[in-house]
Design a protein around this ligand. Structure first.
Ligand code: NAD
Length: 481
C-alpha cells in the first residue's frame, strides 16, 4: 500500500484540493519525503461540510443495525489490509511494526464494539404526574468535526469516527499533517464497506485547515485529540459559538513502585511504559515514583531495561523503538533535558548527550533522570519523548500526594501486592485511568479520557458513544376524553 498523495477524501471520493498549497510529509526514519498532502483551505472545508450536511438525514434515518453492518464490513476490510496499513503507519509515524499491527487490530475491534452498541442507544420513560406521558430519545448531533494527532494515525481516526458514525452522525476529519496517509485509505475502505458518500470526509492540512473546520457554524460538535495548548484554543472557539466540544489532551503520568511488588517485572513494564512508542504517547510514564527502601535496587533494574531500548528502523521486526516524529519534536525534548540538567538534574541512565542520531532520521535513545529540581521545566511540562524522571517517596501517603501533583490527570499506575492498598490507590489517584500491576491496558469497552487539564469527556466504552448523542425530552399531555 503506497501513500495516496495530494488528495482529500470528500463526498465519497478522492478529491483534489482547490488550493495549490502543499505540505511535505517526511518519513521520520530517514528524514526523506514520503509524500505530499494538500494544505486544505476554506473551500475544501466548505465542500466537506456541505456533503456531510447533505448525507446527515439519510444516515441518521438508517436503522442502527444497518449502520452496524457497515462498521463490521469496515472492520473486516481493515483486517484484510492489516499488514499494508501497519507498514504505512510505521513509515509515516515511526512506530514499530509490532505497535502498528496491534493498532490495526485494535481499530477493527473498536469498529466491532461500536457496531454492537449502535442498537442499544435507548431512551427512557420518565415518571411525571399522571396527566403526562414523558420520555427521552437519543439523537445524533449532526455534523461532527474531528481533529486527530499524528501519534497513532489509523487508531485515532477509527476512534474519532466509529462512535460518531454508529450513533448516526456524519463526520469531517482533519488529521495531523505529520502522519496522515492511512486516514485516506481508511476513508476509501469505509466507502467500499458501504458507507454512503458524505458520511465521512477527510480534509488534509495544518492548523489553519483545522481552524476553518472548528469555527464553521454547521459543525455541531468538535472532538479533538492533541496538545493542551491547541485543545484549549479549540475549546475557546467552540465556546464562543456555543458548540459542544470533547477534548483528549496531554499527560504527565506517574507510575508508583512499592517495595512489596515484583521489582524485576515492574522494571520491565516501567521501561515499556516510559520508552515504548519512543515516549510519544499521551499515557507514557513520565514520573517513576519509587518507595525509598527499594529505590537503589529498582534504579539498577530500570537502568538495565532502559539500555534495551535503542532506536532503529520501525519496519525491521526486531526493532523495539522507532524514531521521534520530527526534528522539532526531538529538539524540544533535548531542550527540556538541557534545562533540567542546567538546574541540577542528574542523568541516572540511558544515553546523554544523544549520539545515536542515525543519518537523516529523528532518532533519540532514552534518558533516565533523577534528582530533578522543582524549577526544571520537565517537572511540569509534558515530555512526549523517551525521557523519564525517577524519584523517591517515603510512604503511601507521600507517594500519592506526589503522584497527584501537577495539572495533568490522564493516567496513573502502581505496582504493589497489597490488596487494601490497591483499593486505596484506585480511589485516591487523580486520573481518568488507573492501572494496577499493569500499564496502558486499553480496550474499546473501557472509557478512556483525562481529568484536570488532560481533557473533557471520554472516548470508548458506552460513555464514548454517549458523547455523540443528546437526549431529547418528549412530553405529551394525556387527554381525559
Ligand atoms: P497538536 O495539538 O499539535 O495537533 C493536534 C491536531 O490539531 C492536528 O490535527 C493539528 O493539525 C490540529 N491543530 C493544530 N492547531 C490547530 C488550530 N489552531 N485549530 C484547529 N486545529 C489545529 O498535537 P500533536 O502534536 O499532533 O499530538 C501530540 C499531543 O496529542 C500530545 O500532547 C499528546 O499527549 C496528545 N494526545 C492525547 C491523546 C489522548 O487520548 N488524551 C492521544 C494521543 C495524543
Amino acid at each position: 500500500m503506497h501513500p495516496i498523495s495530494d488528495h482529500h477524501f470528500i463526498g465519497g471520493e478522492l478529491w483534489r484540493s482547490s488550493s495549490n498549497a502543499r505540505i511535505e510529509v517526511l518519513n521520520p526514519s530517514s528524514g526523506l519525503v514520503l509524500g505530499e498532502i494538500p494544505d486544505g483551505d476554506i473551500t475544501d472545508i466548505d465542500h466537506a461540510i456541505t456533503s456531510a450536511v447533505a448525507a446527515g438525514p439519510g444516515w441518521a434515518d438508517r436503522s442502527p443495525r444497518e449502520r452496524s453492518t457497515v462498521l463490521v464490513n469496515l472492520a473486516n476490510l481493515l483486517r484484510v489490509h492489516a499488514e499494508e496499513l501497519a507498514r504505512l503507519d510505521s513509515m509515516d509515524s515511526g512506530r514499530t511494526l509490532a505497535e502498528t499491527r496491534a493498532q490495526v487490530s485494535r481499530s477493527a475491534e473498536q469498529l466491532e464494539y461500536c457496531a454492537a452498541v449502535a442498537d442499544k442507544l435507548e431512551g427512557r420513560v420518565v415518571p411525571l404526574n399522571s396527566g403526562f406521558s414523558a420520555s427521552t430519545m437519543l439523537e445524533p448531533y449532526g455534523v461532527i468535526g474531528a481533529l486527530t494527532p499524528w501519534n497513532a494515525p489509523l487508531l485515532q481516526i477509527t476512534q474519532k469516527t466509529s462512535h460518531a458514525i454508529a450513533a448516526g452522525n456524519t463526520v469531517v476529519v482533519k488529521p495531523s499533517p505529520l502522519a496522515c496517509f492511512s486516514t485516506l485509505h481508511y476513508g476509501m475502505l469505509a466507502q467500499e464497506a458501504g458507507l454512503p458518500a458524505g458520511v465521512l470526509s477527510i480534509v488534509m492540512g495544518g492548523a489553519d485547515t483545522g481552524q476553518a473546520l472548528v469555527q464553521d457554524e454547521r459543525i455541531a460538535k468538535v472532538t479533538f485529540t492533541g496538545s493542551v495548548k491547541t485543545g484549549r484554543h479549540i475549546a475557546g472557539v467552540c465556546g464562543a459559538r456555543g458548540a459542544s466540544v470533547a477534548l483528549e489532551l496531554g499527560g504527565k503520568c506517574p507510575l508508583l513502585i512499592f517495595a512489596d511488588c515484583d521489582l524485576e517485572g515492574a522494571a520491565v513494564d516501567t521501561a515499556r511504559a516510559s520508552f515504548g512508542t519512543t515516549g510519544q504517547s499521551c499515557v507514557s510514564a513520565a514520573r517513576i515514583l519509587v518507595e525509598a527502601s527499594v529505590y537503589d535496587d529498582f534504579l539498577q533494574l530500570l537502568k538495565s531495561e532502559t539500555g534495551k531500548y535503542i532506536g532503529g528502523d520501525p519496519l525491521h521486526e526486531e526493532t523495539v523503538m522507532g524514531p521521534m516524529i520530527s526534528a522539532a519534536a526531538r529538539d524540544h525534548v533535548v531542550s527540556l533535558l538541557e534545562d533540567a540538567i542546567s538546574v541540577g538534574a542528574q542523568v541516572a541512565g540511558g544515553e546523554w548527550p544523544p549520539h545515536s542520531q542515525q543519518e537523516g532520521g529523528f532518532f533519540m535513545n532514552p534518558v533516565l533522570l533523577e534528582d530533578v529540581p522543582e524549577t526544571a521545566r520537565i517537572k511540569r511540562e509534558e515530555i512526549f519523548g523517551p525521557v523519564t524522571c525517577i524519584e523517591r517517596f517515603d510512604d503511601e501517603e507521600a507517594g500519592v500526594l506526589s503522584a497527584n501533583t501537577g495539572f495533568f490527570g490522564l493516567a496513573a499506575g502502581a505496582y504493589t501486592t497489597n490488596a487494601s492498598r490497591v483499593r486505596r490507590l484506585q480511589r485516591n489517584l487523580h486520573a481518568g485511568n488507573v492501572w494496577i500491576n499493569c500499564y496502558k491496558m486499553l480496550d474499546p469497552a473501557l472509557p478512556f479520557g483525562g481529568d484536570k487539564a488532560s481533557g473533557i469527556g471520554r472516548e470508548c466504552g458506552i460513555d464514548g458513544i454517549l458523547n455523540f448523542v443528546k437526549p431529547k425530552s418528549l412530553v405529551e399531555a394525556i387527554r381525559t376524553n
